[in-house]
Design a protein around this ligand. Structure first.
Ligand code: ADP
Ligand code: ASP
Ligand code: MG
Length: 440
């Protein structure tokens, strides 16, 4: 029996109707055994980041308010899905909220004021302990609902299988340990006597380090979790269910006339994800390519639609340009204080500093006396980074700029895009054009 790996993102399970829809989709695949990876519901991860912020700042009133907002959101969904108020799910979810409350209360006593300690390390560790609850809540609710609806489903806490290092907030997977654990344990849940349609439900985004502390794989990391399962079990294909018909040649929320791409090569998909097309997480494609696993991007609103397939295509061509927009960028320009040349030693030092703060450069440009680059406006890392650079270099920066990448660009579309806009930086290769623009 073929095993399929499905990933349902936050948007697909943002309300009770979404979870009912997920159940309907799973019922269509009764000939398969399915591993279902779920993300936190809706914008829960953002809401938990708010909780974390107030927790780190010791702002008790705002902290309680943010916590209650998360709780209320989940309780509303629970209420709608489970008419029987004695259902065990209410106790289960309540106990998760109590655990989180307990962690926050205890941890709160030990958080010194910023400046007294290694803020960076603690922030990332605390982030993972708190923000990971989004996936714990969603998986508990969805698991109980699927059981309630009569589906044959087993729950696995993914932290028992995905083992990572201690790089909290961007943990690196220990592939050897993780795939061995998955290979050893998952087939046992899919015994031959099982009726077809057996489902394993687990969480995306989270894992644990060798001490058992929860870690996270980076924002939007649930696609990657699904790929870890797909790779480890060497399945034929994996599907990520989205609110769009497939991968389009631009975000349809940005460009209304965006068109769906029926197929993509792994190479192109890696490039798109790398430049910031939110529809696929950048770490997802490589493990799939290594094991030659087809990735399907399909719409949970139109489950019978064809979607997009990403696979090994050597002669893949495209007739439309692909646009990728990254908003909320910071353009940083460094020059030496005496306006001497920026030399190799400077560049090597600049990259060392960037690596220390684990900041990814989205585009860069080098002139005789300056080095400019664009990074995501991470509220935590960028002030620390700027502070560091200011000690060594003359540092200028522009906040709130936009980075637009065009793959397979054509002159007329570029002209249209930059009309009435300020181009702060431009970079061209044969296939890719990148523009840093002031925000619209
Ligand atoms: P999930 O619910 O799985 O987390 P996301 O919201 O992160 O899904 O990703 C889906 C969104 O990605 C779409 O709603 C769309 O706005 C956006 N998106 C960005 N670029 C593209 C693209 N090229 N094709 C399709 N969707 C895109
Ligand atoms: N819930 C996490 C996030 O919003 C992971 C994911 O959705 O993929 O970043
Ligand atoms: Mg997402």
């Amino acid at each position: 029996m073929e095993i399929k790996v499905f990933k349902f993102g936050g948007t697909s399970v943002q309300h009770a109707a979404g979870i009912r829809n997920l159940t309907t989709i799973l019922r269509k695949y009764t000939v398969n055994q399915i591993i279902v990876v779920v993300s936190a519901m809706g914008k829960t991860t953002n809401a938990l980041e708010e909780v974390l912020k107030h927790y780190m700042q010791k702002d008790i009133i705002a902290l309680i308010e943010a916590f209650e907002k998360v709780q209320k959101y989940h309780l509303t969904i629970l209420d709608e899905l489970f008419p029987d108020k004695d259902h065990v799910v209410f106790k289960e979810v309540d106990s998760l909220f109590n655990q989180l409350r307990g962690y926050i209360r205890r941890g709160h006593l030990f958080i010194p004021h910023a400046g007294d300690y290694d803020y960076n390390y603690n922030y990332d560790f605390e982030y993972d302990q708190i923000v990971s609850y989004g996936e714990l809540f969603s998986s508990a609710i969805i698991h109980n609902y699927l059981v309630d609806q009569g589906l044959n489903v087993t729950f696995i806490d993914v932290r028992d299988l995905i083992k990572t290092d201690k790089s909290y907030r961007d943990a690196r997977v220990d592939w050897e340990v993780t795939s061995t654990l998955i290979r050893q344990s998952v087939p046992g849940y899919f015994s031959n006597q099982d009726k077809p349609g057996k489902i394993i439900l687990t969480q995306g985004f989270i894992g644990s380090d060798l001490n058992g502390n929860t870690t996270t794989l980076g924002r939007e990391g649930s696609d990657f979790t699904a790929a870890i399962f797909a790779y480890s079990l060497n399945v034929n294909e994996m599907t990520i269910w989205k609110d769009v018909p497939g991968v389009m040649n631009a975000d349809p929320k940005w460009m209304k006339d965006a068109v769906k791409l029926d197929t993509l090569s792994y190479r192109e998909a890696i490039e798109l994800a790398y430049y910031g097309a939110r529809v696929i997480h950048p770490k997802t494609i490589k493990p799939l390519e290594n094991a030659n696993i087809i990735l399907r991007v399909k719409s949970f609103l139109d489950p019978d639609g064809e979607g997009t397939t990403v696979q090994n295509l050597t002669n893949w061509t495209i007739s439309v340009p692909i646009f990728i927009r990254k908003q909320n960028q910071v353009l940083i320009s460094l020059s030496s204080r005496d306006f001497s040349f920026i030399m190799e030693e400077n560049l090597s030092q600049i990259f060392k500093i960037l690596a220390t703060y684990r900041v990814k450069v989205n585009v860069m440009q080098h002139s005789a006396i300056s080095f400019s680059f664009c990074v995501d406006a991470d509220l935590q890392k960028i002030p620390l980074l700027l502070n560091h650079f200011q000690k060594e270099y003359q540092t200028r920066y522009n906040e709130g700029v936009e980075l637009i990448t065009i793959r397979h660009y054509q002159p007329d579309v570029v002209e249209k895009l930059i009309r009435n806009r300020n181009v702060l930086m431009e970079q061209k290769s044969r296939i890719t054009l990148q523009l840093v623009l002031t925000q619209m």
